[in-house]
Write a protein that binds this ligand. Sequence first.
Ligand code: PMP
Length: 398
Amino acid sequence: MDIVNANGYTNGHVANGMKMKAMQKSAVQNHDTKRVVNFNPGPAKLPESVMRQAQAEFLNYDGLGISVMEMSHRSTEFMNIMSETKNTLIRLLNIPDNYKIMFLQGGATGQFSALPLNLIRRSPNSSADYIVTGTWSAKAVKEAEKYGNINVVHPKLKKYSRIPDETEWNLDPEAAYVYYCDNETANGVEFPFVPETGNVPLIADMSSNILSRPFDITKFGAIIAGAQKNIGCAGVTLVIIREDLIGYSMKECPVVLDYKTQIGMNSLYNTPPSYSIYLMGLVLDWIQQNGGVMGMAKKCVQKSQLIYTTIAESDGFYSCLVESGARSRMNVTFRIGGPGGDEALEKEFVEEAKKANMLGIKGHRSVGGIRVSLYNAVTVEEVQSLVRLMESFRQARQ
Ligand code: PMP
């Protein structure tokens, strides 16, 4: 039986506490030396300089003697962090005044509900059009179906490996909006164009490719994006919306997801994910200092091409199943040992990568194979090291 000591802990806890302290100490000692190559799909790699800045000001932000984590979300200091984050985003994406920006909780998944809850009533028969090119847009449909009449505008795809031909789309001019996922993270399918939807507002899930290429925001009614891939850490979801679309929410819409309320309160109706907003601000500054969105775009093409070229030159050892026009610059998916994939070989490749300190390349559980995520913070050199591994792995086994 454990004996309770003077501090109210049992002996077991004391022993565990000591073990914990030793572990923390060794983590601190390894702290600056160990970094792996992180190809995780999200949460994902953050720029190292951002992590160091966050670390440097963690305990004492801007000489205030307090961490951003400990600040009141209604303090002047936090308000400044939030407005600076917003202003940098406005500059990077050229967002005009008639668009509003929200920093919300609930993830992009929360927005799968929030979008119909806020917008579907704009249509006389509560309907919305969806384009389904992968796992995430399929999930968005499933959620939206709870709130209205959802039309998938094209014949269902047998495999998520292409963008359905635009000539097959059956768009409803009375739909509340047209929804699509600009980059399907699990499948590695990315739109090479912005869909044309006439007067019906276009809504995009850009969770995994926002700020990786320039786009004309005025072509969109709204954009949603979880931060944890390209623009920060988990916890905050970015929503950018044209102001004339606000004010149509269903009475059942939870107040935290109600765009009119949240915009009216500058995303402060309830406590916002304050630290995640701060970190997003640091990442946006880093993007600005590194060539802006165009700088990111050039690097994304260069990194993804390194892998797609290695696949193309592998005599079928590696195969990307996504059609060439729809291949993602952010999430490169491929099979090893033939188009059907040799699972044993793929497992071996993941293990070899791990031995070489490269993490996060196992394909999404619904897709299998390999997926390499190349978000903004991943460097060209890191991708080159993976390409070298792909080449040596093939030579040893083909
Ligand atoms: N959309 C896309 C394109 C995603 O990649 C993800 C997460 N991987 C989501 C939505 C869901 O995001 P969350 O987990 O933040 O709800």
